[in-house]
Ligand binder design. Sequence first.
Ligand SMILES: [Zn+2]
Length: 163
Amino acid sequence: MKHRYILDMESILSKIQQHGYESIHIHHTGGSTHDEMGEGARAAIRMRQAIKNEHVNNQNWLDIGYHLLLMKDGIWVKGRSFHNRPASIRGHNSGAFAIAVVGNFETDKLQGEQLEEITKLISELQRVGYEEDEFLLHREASATACPGTNITREKLFSYEEHS
Ligand SMILES: [Zn+2]
């Protein structure tokens, strides 16, 4: 099933460059763990809808907070319109692009296709000029554990090592 919300890395990269974001925020979704999630495009679209419902109905945001979701099987899913500022990190949303790695990384491990995709995207963004300090893990700017103990800078910037 090909769906308009499922994106490939090439189109993500070109859109990020077009928009010229000043910073890239990294979150996890928290809550549900990988064991509780399905795989494939259908599960990805359902997950997007569940997160959107939570953000719109419980947080009272206008739309899903993040621009992009990364599923456990490495599928990228479009969230909020790339034209709009995210509901990402209070005080840091202007000029920001917000990515959520789907899972609860207090217990889930960042591995397999999900690790491959996020580290590759970060590495490609560095190649087109983003500096390491233009990436922000949620907990670096707020009192939160997000994106979870198992998502560290060391892991996110490790693409060369495991490719
Ligand atoms: Zn967060």
